[in-house]
Design a protein around this ligand. Structure first.
Ligand code: GN1
Length: 405
């Protein structure tokens, strides 16, 4: 069976991280979310992949190329305008032939394990099947009403407790779906939504079924969801793998992965689960606590403590820093004495809507230069290419190219 992966969106709610990469390229345990998705498909022997790309497509194509390094074959198709999920699927129509009696569709920015996909592959039936999960808080999702297995209605992002059965956005379709996609009207928010296509199919008497799963499915809606996804993936590691050099006097406990050419200097204490990439220089006397991921080519100097955070590639973090519940994009230089405040239950306003965050420190995009003794207030973001001089406190979100003297 072929799989169409939707990977064209930017992920506005994951800014500033998505200013320089699309959401599917955000790393979890040092691998893009999309790589986790492709890996789960490959483990189900789904190796014919059509990737619908758009925003920052070059970065995706440079990383995955033809897919052979990932055990799959990838063909790319561009969605030039972001006109919704039905429109995205329609772009791949010419790649689904008469030999394809059905095909799989999934989002490139949802974390799934192999079993999640297997649950749908083993139970799909009818003209279309959608994989569903039960959730208490269904805000921001599509939900379905069912009569036994059959879906009787799809309600997209409506307020109220209409149903707890959430649409994961993972489907098996027959090629007839393209005929209904053509008839799908544009929605109020100007998109052609596959959920409207499914409702049309139901109205036409076609059989649309719901396949429930309890396997892993995590949608990274906001950037802070990456921390949760990272912790879940790190937790599933079952062993220690050390390919770098660990100096005498360093302590490494639990499931920790340390990449090639990485040096862990004396006095450093690492408590897993944690992943550290290649060519890093950590210590002496650095503390890394669960659930932390550190990318490639990162240096962290003495007496800095990092906990439950993601530090992306090519960062330099100097001594006596404290970073927790935070995401630091790639190529950041952070001076000594850096301190990130953290708070639980912050209300963060994005485009006029209030979003409730879990315990959160800060989120940095790429390429920022931070001087010494800088403090960042909880929940504040620093975009891309900002410069903050020593001794400042960052109280407000910094837009890209900001200079704080
Ligand atoms: C129009 C559409 O495709 N809506 C889907 C889709 O929403 P997005 O806002 O496009 O991510 O994925 C959700 C799952 O991530 C699903 O619950 C919802 O029904």
């Amino acid at each position: 069976m072929k799989a169409i992966i939707l990977a064209a969106g930017e992920g506005l709610r994951c800014r500033p991280l998505t200013l320089t990469r699309s959401k599917v390229m955000l790393p979890i345990a040092n691998r893009p979310i999309l790589e986790h998705v492709i890996d789960s498909l490959e483990k189900n022997r789904i190796t014919d992949i059509i990737l619908v790309v758009g925003y920052k497509k070059e970065r995706i194509m440079d990383y995955f190329e033809d897919g052979l390094n990932f055990g799959v074959k990838i063909k790319y198709i561009e969605q030039k305008a972001q006109l919704g999920t039905a429109h995205a699927i329609e772009q791949a129509k010419s790649m689904i032939g008469p030999e394809d009696s059905e095909f799989l569709v999934l989002n490139g920015d949802n974390l799934v394990e192999p079993k999640t996909i297997a649950d749908l592959l083993n139970n799909y039936e009818g003209d279309a099947s959608l994989l569903t999960v039960r959730m208490e808080d269904t805000a921001g999702y599509g939900v379905v009403l069912t009569d036994k297995k059959r879906v009787t209605r799809i309600l997209e992002k409506r307020p109220g407790d209409l149903s707890r059965i959430v649409n994961t956005g993972i489907y098996v379709f027959t090629p007839q779906v393209f005929e209904t996609i053509e008839k799908t009207p544009i929605s109020e928010n100007g998109e052609y939504a596959i959920t409207d296509t499914l409702q049309l199919m139901i109205d036409e008497g076609k059989i649309v079924t719901s396949v429930p799963t309890e396997s892993k499915w995590l949608d990274a809606v906001h950037s802070w969801d990456l921390l949760k996804a990272n912790a879940i993936v790190l937790d599933s590691a079952r062993s220690q793998r050390i390919e770098g050099e660990v100096e005498e006097g360093a302590v490494i406990r639990g499931n920790v992965t340390i990449g090639k050419n990485t040096r862990i200097r004396s006095g450093t204490y690492i408590l897993g689960p944690a992943v550290i990439g290649e060519n890093c220089d950590i210590g002496p006397n650095v503390v890394i606590l669960p659930s932390t991921t550190i990318g490639d080519n990162v240096s962290i100097r003495s007496f800095t403590e990092i906990q439950n955070s993601i530090i992306m590639n090519d960062c330099r973090i100097y001594s006596h820093g404290q970073i927790s519940n935070s995401i630091i994009g790639s190529n950041n230089t952070i001076g000594s004495g850096f301190f990130v405040e953290e708070k639980e239950g912050l209300s963060i306003i994005m485009n006029g809507t209030v979003h409730r965050a879990p315990k959160l420190g800060t989120i940095f995009g790429d390429d920022n230069r931070i001087g010494n003794s800088v403090l960042v207030k909880a929940g504040v973001t620093v975009a891309v290419d900002c410069q903050v001089e020593s001794g400042n406190t960052i109280y407000r979100d910094l837009p890209h190219h900001s200079v704080v003297l």
